[in-house]
Design a protein around this ligand. Structure first.
Ligand SMILES: O=C(O)CCC(=O)C(=O)O
Ligand SMILES: [Fe+2]
Length: 362
């Protein structure tokens, strides 16, 4: 019995590691469709201009503190919303959503995607798996776990998923709350709950200036309370951003120990933040086609799967905004959205008028 239990624990642990490794920059710990070469400009729209080619270490502490913050994060957000409605730039309904976002850092759009689109996308995903175009790792939470693991960026292989990532409702919403054009970056498809520890996506997908990431979770079926729904903590987007440096993960630590360092230092720090601020969890109990959008810094994770038999079919999308440097703080690397490392411009080449940024950590 003890043996059986420890085997289950080992499986759960290694599965948990795999889940955490589903980080969102260049990592390849989980099955992933090969990335297409993107065509992003390197122009950075920041109060303190920075030349991407001059950055040596892509970590938060390498960048100056600089705005502009996304419009809904600014102290005058509510006034700006009113002015924009008065000028007819946004509707009264959009204004209501924006006020909600400013205060809570998320928004639930019920029935945002019609059931036929959902079914078409999921059927195409399953067909690609059945054809062997995508191979999912088992990521078993226990020996009798019937569902396969997550898959990173299936939209690169399945056209219907690519269409869903670029669905106007999702893109328009993300652009509205970011205040800049949203750039589709990534999809993660899952058959089951991730049980991923609470985190802010900003340690996995960081932007300079900060805050220019939006995520959404699309329910691809009705979500059962015992399947390990997405858990999120309203209002936590207003807490300070927490990066590797802040929790004592050095670049060497991450290079040598990878996500062991993350689970030792970052995950407990986030749990402490949640406890210290008395943040209350909410669970996304959804109907097929419902979508939860969240802010770059909203704390969230995958809750416990109380009943392993229940699936939890979902697609998570992440969108960056135009005019940012996008990087992976943990591994100190640029995001795949900027293309291959070799193709990054040299210092001074992309923005001839910006020679060096203020203070570059080496
Ligand atoms: O689906 C989940 O349980 C968590 C997903 C997540 O945190 C993410 O993709 O950012
Ligand atoms: Fe996340």
């Amino acid at each position: 019995m003890a043996n059986g239990l420890s085997r289950v624990k080992t499986i759960a642990r290694s599965w948990g590691t795999a889940a955490r490794n589903l980080t969102l920059g260049r990592d390849d710990a989980l099955p992933v469709a090969p990335a297409r070469p993107p065509a992003r400009s390197y122009t950075v729209d920041a109060d303190i201009p920075v030349d991407i080619g001059c950055i040596k270490v892509f970590r938060a502490e390498s960048f100056p503190e600089s705005g502009p913050s996304p419009w809904l994060d600014r102290p005058d957000a509510l006034d700006t919303i009113e002015r924009r409605v008065a000028r007819g730039e946004i509707t009264a309904r959009q204004a209501e959503i924006c006020r909600y976002w400013t205060e809570h850092g998320y928004y639930v759009a019920r029935g945002a995607i019609d059931p036929d689109t959902i079914d078409e996308a999921w059927t195409a995903y399953e067909a690609a798996i059945a054809r062997g175009d995508l191979t999912l790792a088992p990521e078993k939470a226990a020996e009798d776990d019937p569902h396969p693991g997550r898959y990173l960026n299936p939209h690169l292989k399945v056209e219907e998923l690519d269409r869903l990532l670029k669905h106007p409702v999702l893109l328009n919403f993300s652009s509205l709350v970011l205040g800049r054009q949203a750039i589709p970056f990534q999809t993660i498809a899952s058959h089951k709950g991730s049980q991923q520890s609470e985190h802010s996506d900003s340690i996995h997908m960081t932007t300079y200036p900060l805050g220019y990431l939006a995520a959404c979770w699309v329910a691809m079926e009705d979500i059962h309370a015992d399947c390990g729904p997405l858990v999120y903590y309203p209002g936590t987007h207003r807490l300070p951003y927490l990066f590797s440096h802040d929790v004592g993960i050095s670049t060497d630590d991450f290079r040598e120990r990878g996500y062991a360092a993350y689970s030792e230092r970052y995950e407990p720090a986030i749990k402490r933040e949640i406890a210290d601020h008395g943040a209350e969890p909410q669970h996304f109990l959804a109907r097929k086609g419902d979508v939860l959008f969240w802010h770059a810094n909203l704390l969230h994770g995958g809750s416990a799967r109380n009943d392993l038999r229940h699936s939890r079919k979902a697609l998570v999308h992440h969108y960056f905004a135009e005019g940012c440097i996008c990087y992976h703080d943990l591994s100190s690397s640029t995001s795949a959205v900027h293309g291959p490392v070799e193709s990054l411009p040299t210092c001074g080449a992309s923005s001839p008028d910006i020679k060096v940024r203020r203070k570059i950590a080496s």
